[in-house]
Design a protein around this ligand. Structure first.
Ligand SMILES: NC(=O)c1ccc[n+]([C@@H]2O[C@H](COP(=O)([O-])OP(=O)(O)OC[C@H]3O[C@@H](n4cnc5c(N)ncnc54)[C@H](O)[C@@H]3O)[C@@H](O)[C@H]2O)c1
Length: 279
């Protein structure tokens, strides 16, 4: 009805790439050239895979970990790939060490733009089995350790270029599990911390997000690998039918740190093959 005629043009066979608002091409939206990053737990399975993604994307990377031997091995590994990393031996439980490490990273790279908090431990035991010192160790490392590194880094991130933070939480912040009381409580705290840091950081343009991995093959999960019942359980509980690799987490972290996610903050993103669907 009506007299106006709509002229239809034939749809192009391949859609032209839509130019992003800031003029970056699609691959450029996942690049981190010139960005200065610090990764805690950087000598561990997930932290090291994240560091590798950040290096590939063009960032300068500092690895913080309490395990000096593992840091040195990681540095050698990256060296054979042609990358140099700064290694910082520090314990996230010790505020003075965290402060020194952050400052050294800032001095070396001339600033700080990106922070990944991946240092963490697990301790399996029901609430009755886990005593207070064990509970506190998990809470102190996973939650207070994440807070501590964020607190030291924030004044520098404030002056950074497109600053962003990612905390490595866990699927156990979203679901319960037998023997996971301390661990899931610590990671639930991380999710809550991330949302408040995101609110606090937003006026300064600091984005803060979390990833919530399901079962990922790393030194942390190595003890399960020989336990057939446990492995069958993890596979069956994962709708996508496979266990995760550190690279699955690293790809999500790269997205959350890159310009591709410039409108994303305060998000806790499950990387769990559907485990948190709880089917
Ligand atoms: N592997 C999984 O299935 C899985 C699943 C969900 C979440 N996560 C989380 O991912 C993160 C990385 O775990 P991962 O699987 O790579 O384990 P990992 O044991 O390989 O790595 C953890 C790293 O953190 C370091 N670390 C531990 N306590 C520290 C401290 N006090 N100070 C400094 N460094 C410390 C360790 O030395 C180690 O290098 C952890 O926060 C973990 O809770 C792992």
């Amino acid at each position: 009805m009506g007299s106006s005629r709509v002229r239809r043009t034939a749809a192009p066979r391949t859609l032209p790439e839509k130019p992003p608002s800031d003029g970056r091409t699609l691959p450029e939206r996942f690049r981190l050239d010139g960005r200065r990053a610090l990764v805690t737990g950087g000598a561990g399975g997930i932290g090291k895979a994240i560091a590798r993604r950040l290096l590939l994307a063009g960032a300068e990377v500092a690895l913080l970990d309490r395990d000096l031997g593992a840091l040195q091995r990681a540095s050698q590994e990256f060296g054979t790939l042609g990358y140099r990393v700064l290694i910082l031996a520090a314990d996230v439980l010790r505020a003075a060490e965290v402060r020194r490490a952050v400052r050294r990273s800032v001095r070396t790279f001339g600033g700080l733009d990106l922070l990944v908090a991946a240092a963490g431990i697990t301790d399996r035991g029901t609430a009755e089995e886990v005593d207070l010192p064990r509970w506190e160790r998990v809470l102190d490392t996973n939650l207070t350790g994440t807070y501590s590194i964020c607190r030291e880094a924030l004044p520098f991130l404030r002056r950074g270029h497109d600053p962003a933070v990612v905390a490595v939480s866990s699927v156990y912040s979203l679901i319960g599990g037998v023997g996971r009381s301390a661990y899931s409580a610590s990671k639930g705290g991380v999710d809550a911390l991330v949302r408040s840091l995101a609110a606090e950081g937003a006026p300064a343009g600091i984005r803060v997000n979390a990833v919530n991995p399901g079962y990922i093959r790393t030194p942390m999960t190595e003890p399960y690998e020989k336990d057939r019942t446990a492995m069958d359980f993890f596979r069956q509980a994962t709708p996508l039918g496979r266990l995760g690799e550190p690279e699955d987490v690293a790809d999500a972290v790269l997205y959350l740190l890159s310009p591709a996610s410039s409108f994303v903050t305060g998000v806790c993103l499950p990387i769990d093959g559907g485990r948190s669907l709880g089917r």
